[in-house]
Design a binder for this molecule. Structure first.
Ligand SMILES: NC(=O)c1ccc[n+]([C@@H]2O[C@H](COP(=O)([O-])OP(=O)(O)OC[C@H]3O[C@@H](n4cnc5c(N)ncnc54)[C@H](O)[C@@H]3O)[C@@H](O)[C@H]2O)c1
Length: 393
């Protein structure tokens, strides 16, 4: 259920391992594309897997579920406007399979979910379905986009069973296509484990981002500071940047905060610090623009270097650097937008990076793309390096 960034690679991998896979998505164009042996998302190697899976007859996509031994759910789990988890898609996908789940079938939730979701889907199946004895598990996904096909096989996996028997069965299933270790626990621990992994990254990034703001206040080079502190044998501070983006780390910690409320103090604060960082960057640019105008009696041109959410990728989802760039434009600042990993973006005109450096007065490095590391910058330019791409440390 769900043939996106997680569901489709999983379906294609299973089909190439010999399983008969009936892939379901609610989008007709997604189903049509897959049945032609083609893909609708960008992921290295996925095209070859899907082509071979469809050609072999083992992978068929459909708008409707069917009877199966194992049901896997990989649908979106976003947050709403108040940062509360929205599990509507999981509920809808569960309702859709209710008529097809028979006794001794297995239902596996892979979507990143708030603690308790696996129990919710088990209750729906019990209350609305005809099966009395079935197995329900939560098995979170932790692949890195861009490396999905490799990590699906190599990563260790956690299987959280609603019952120990369910966990044992699902562990056996994953062991048929995963080379990493398949570790067994209960479903609540597995749900919290996935959220913990992303919250841990978020908290560590927030620490680095807070340091960068403090160092700016204290007149200290944060990159030098971190490289010195990291010489301590047990310290490993991450690099600050323009905030936190993507559709996982910027979202999943809220699932803990929504349920944990006043007890989720560090996790909530980390989210707030990382969300504030782009606003701090915007204020810094506005101040620099003002100073430039006073000194040079003209409006400066600002080059926004990078709008992706992290280095060397084309993914712009929840990207803080994209948010910064759009906000500077909205504030009437003259901006050149640079993103070497993207050909076009609706509503923004992109400039090649060397041209932007030549034309701009202020060079704002937002993302550490490899192209920006050694490019020559004339001495008369003002440089604001938010991501440390120009730092020697
Ligand atoms: N993409 C990642 O790198 C990643 C990594 C780890 C975990 N996750 C988690 O995995 C889950 C899926 O993420 P994704 O990136 O694959 O999302 P996605 O948006 O790429 O794909 C989800 C698919 O589910 C379909 N869908 C929605 N409702 C449906 C329904 N009722 N029945 C059938 N299909 C339905 C959508 O049309 C879409 O094609 C999310 O919970 C996400 O947080 C994603």
């Amino acid at each position: 259920m769900g043939l996106g960034y997680i569901g489709l690679p999983t379906a294609a991998l299973l089909a190439t391992k010999g399983y008969k896979v009936h892939g379901v998505d609610v989008k007709a164009d997604v189903v049509e594309t897959i049945n032609k042996g083609e893909i609708h998302i960008i992921e290295p190697e996925l095209d070859a897997f899907v082509k071979s899976a469809v050609q072999s007859g083992n992978l068929k996509a459909s708008l409707k579920p069917d009877y199966a031994d194992i049901f896997m759910i990989s649908v979106p789990t976003p947050i709403d406007n108040e940062n509360n988890p929205d599990i509507t898609y999981v509920i809808e996908a569960t309702n859709a399979i209710v008529p097809y789940v028979k006794d001794y079938n297995t239902v596996i939730l892979e979507s990143t979910s708030p603690v308790g979701t696996t129990e919710i889907i088990a209750n729906i199946l019990k209350e609305k379905g005809s099966a009395k004895d079935f197995y329900v598990c939560y098995t979170p996904e932790r692949v890195l986009p861009g490396q999905t096909m490799r990590e699906l096989v190599e990563n260790d996996r956690i299987v959280g069973g609603l019952t120990p028997e369910a966990a044992k069965r699902v562990q056996k299933f994953y062991k048929t296509f995963v080379h990493g270790e398949v570790l067994v626990t209960n479903c609540r621990t597995a749900e919290m484990s996935k959220l913990t992994e992303n919250a841990c990254r978020d908290v560590n990034i927030a620490f680095a981002n807070e340091l960068s703001i403090l160092c700016d206040k204290f007149g200290i080079n944060v990159w030098e500071l971190i490289s010195l502190a990291n010489r301590h044998p047990r310290i490993n501070i991450l690099k600050p940047g323009s905030g936190v983006g993507g559709h996982c780390i910027a979202i999943d910690p809220w699932f803990i905060v929504a349920e944990g409320k006043e007890d989720a103090k560090i996790i909530r604060t980390a989210r707030e610090i990382n969300n504030r960082k782009p606003l701090w960057v915007i204020e810094k640019v506005e101040k620099t623009v003002k100073e430039f105008k006073q000194k040079n009696k003209k409006e400066p041109l600002v080059a926004c270097m990078g709008i992706a959410f992290k280095p060397d990728i084309d993914d712009l989802r929840e990207s803080p650097s994209l948010h910064i760039t759009k906000d500077l434009i909205k504030k009437g600042i003259n901006v050149l937008v640079v993103e070497p990993n993207v050909k076009k973006y609706p509503g923004l005109s992109l400039t090649e990076y060397t041209e932007a450096i030549a034309k701009a007065d202020i060079i704002l490095f937002l993302v550490s793309h490899k192209q920006f590391k050694d490019v020559a910058i004339p001495a008369d330019k003002t440089v604001i390096d938010i991501c440390g791409v120009r730092s020697k440390y």
